[in-house]
Write a protein that binds this ligand. Structure first.
Ligand code: FES
Ligand code: FES
Length: 153
């Protein structure tokens, strides 16, 4: 048995320790917001935060996540929620498939950088592929989120 802490909840599951974390999150626990894209660590659609660092959950074994805080798109961190507001306001997604991973990567960025430049955003988001090409709207939405945060503070 393995216990994972996801979005503040504990889940004890009977899986092999080398199962990819994404399989456990989606197929065993049933949190299907995190998406399977390439399965090879290349597209970023499966990103989650592990102790605040973005990881590709398709190539991380469950054993590497034990004892750590996992944040998925279903989580309620402040930055993730504010980013989602901006995403809706600016109508960012097209097909939407890559967007959970994009939002997780953007959350990691804003958790450590309060006012990222365009270059900071490009560097932080480089591992997230969008086949629909929403990159410009993602960048605008991250800047919009910084504005929202400044209004609230
Ligand atoms: S599905 Fe994990 S990086 Fe593409
Ligand atoms: S919104 Fe379609 S792949 Fe990014």
């Amino acid at each position: 048995m393995v216990t994972l802490q996801i979005n503040g909840e504990k889940y004890t599951i009977d899986v092999a320790p080398d199962m990819p974390l994404l399989w456990a999150i989606r197929d065993v626990i049933g949190l299907t917001g995190t998406k399977y894209g390439c399965g090879k660590g290349l597209c970023g659609s499966c990103k989650v935060l592990l102790d605040n660092s973005p990881v590709q959950s398709c190539v991380i074994p469950v054993s590497a996540a034990v004892g750590k805080n996992i944040l998925t798109i279903e989580g309620t961190s402040k930055n993730l929620q504010l980013l989602q507001e901006s995403w809706v306001e600016l109508n960012v997604p097209q097909c939407g498939f890559c967007q959970p991973g994009q939002l997780i990567a953007a959350t990691a960025l804003l958790d450590k950088n309060k006012n990222p430049t365009d270059t900071d955003i490009e560097d932080a988001m480089i591992g997230n592929i969008c086949r629909c090409g929403t990159y410009q709207r993602i960048k605008k939405a991250i800047h919009k989120t910084v504005e929202l945060k400044n209004q609230h503070s």
